[in-house]
Design a protein around this ligand. Sequence first.
Ligand code: GAL
Length: 692
Amino acid sequence: MTSPRPPRFPYPVGPDGSRRLVYGADYNPEQWPREVWEEDVRLMREAGVNVVSLAIFSWARLQPTADSWDFTWLDEVMDLLHAAGVGVDLATATASPPPWLTTAHPEILPVTATGETLWPGARQHWRPTSPVFRTHALRLVRALATRYADHPALVAWHINNELGCHNVYDHSDDAARAFRDWLRRRYTSLDALNQAWGTAFWSQHYSAWDQILPPRLAASHPNPTQQLDFKRFSSDALKDHLLAEREVLRELTPHTPVTTNFMVMSGIKGMNYADWAQAVDFVSNDHYVVPGPQDRDELSFCANLTSGIAGHRPWFLMEHSTGAVNWQPVNVPKRPGELARDSLLHVAHGADAVCFFQWRQSAAGAEKYHSAMVPHAGADSDVFRDVVGLGGTLRSLAAVGGTEREKARVAILFDWDSRWAAEQDSHPTALLDYHREALDWYSALLRLGVRADVVPVPQSDFSAYDVVIAPVLHMVPQTLAKELTRYVEGGGHLVTTYFSGVVDENDHVWLGGYPGVLRELLGIRIEEFGPLPEGDSVELDLDGAPAGTLWTDRISLTDGDTEVLARYRTGAYATRPAVTRRTAGHGSAAYVSTRLGAQGLAGLLPALLAPAGVSSELPEHARGVVEQAVRRDADNRYVFLVNRGDEAVALPGVSGEVLTGRTDGGVLALPPYGVAVLRQAARPGGPVPAHM
Ligand code: GAL
């Protein structure tokens, strides 16, 4: 395997030779007759589109039978785009195997936990571990890379598409074989595996490797460590496919950067993107807003986490929508202004590319009611006018390209192992939602106007942050516990929550009382969990008497340096501590034992942030309404001010050159959903806390 290479981002270059932000879409010309292509290219120029992703679902068109190839149409599209100054992020086209392949080789089809085959007819019907699929896929990748290696339109490779979107958990015999190989590498011996999986329980002891299976439908709860390892394995199996395609591309086109579109968004859990980030030359993400009370917080949270995954370097927004999607029960369009605002929120959090699914709305197929840059109504539409407007805005923000996100003082940790382990079955509650708890903390900080970074655990340098919030950090190996202790003793302020520190990396409980390996650091001991049935709540003796839901703990203090910040007023643990903080070394470690939700946390957070001296960067009237995010390089800071609400907001005393947005007599005017971007001189040694 080749060694990691520095990330390379496919920046387009303007006519004056200057760097531009990427603007574009998935482009599916094979769905349209030739004459539409001409119009497409003309409209792309009008909109300022400079990169498109091409051939994502074109396998059947490129290789109509096992032994025939047809590249002529793609040659023509590539040439047309190049002539129009549009670069191509060319897909390896392996996402949807053609009918000739699945007919000849039904053994590539994925199998569910209940033994059902996922038949062809949609997309992504392939087993990540199928050697037959791998052979055919790599043959296609080789053919494409050979043909287009020197095409001037080629700016990047787009491996497969949303790996794992539909096929992350395959329980086939291929998967069983690959799972055993993976386990052999992890544990070396069966004894070690038996120990790690706790197979003394329910007579599960294995005496030969080939007795081991993926967690297929069983009579009762499958072994938890088996389930957890299967999640780890399934993420690795897809990454292995990614690496296999990448190796062919690196061999044939070593100068073209390679990416694949991640799906950092709520509801997608199977792929450990923090681990995948090293496998690509630049990180790409797809994000769709699922309407709900915290929907734009969620957008910001995911963009922020994507930036963390990308090591704070610029990343590529490969897909989002101009309006409605087609896969919700009810598919609501965006309101005027939301298209641009959502896009710019991604840019604020480090995206140097703004791309949509898709360029032209399909007339047929399962996604014909999914919005696009050119809707069914055609170019004479508000959507297309907004698309053209956004192209202009992105041109005015070209200077932002290549800058990093400025580090915040507060970090929220995001840990795939904890997420996978905490949400398994046969737990104190089935209602726990890891992503939602992390998002609640983020929402609370947004309400207060406090910037935070969302960072994946293995990459995090805790010492860079004054406050580290670790919601539901359930799985804490000894090494991580030591790191957190060092962080706190060195002056950091740790905040963690219910169901944290409970198990080790094998999902075995740390004994002696919860929160296990964090007990000493937090100065508390919990003898029993008190999860709350849906609809139940307890009151805390904080201002505003916020309600706790989901979880409570029976807490005792074990250290003279632990103070009680809040107690339960009602419920089984009334009068006992609910929120605690222990001062340790130069820092502190706080524990929140119940789910307070965004509003409750916003009430509690000022007390948790106070020891670190972290407070809002926004004037009172803008808190919760305006989101502030900052990008910077050595010379400049780019301050993004985003109006999250549907009322205008005025920000007085703003300084810096306005790259986009409006000022009225020295007052920055943010219309509903409006975004302003200011350029300020960077003070050496930044970060600079406030924009005013
Ligand atoms: C993504 C996918 C696209 C399209 C889009 C619709 O999951 O990559 O091909 O299906 O969703 O929202």
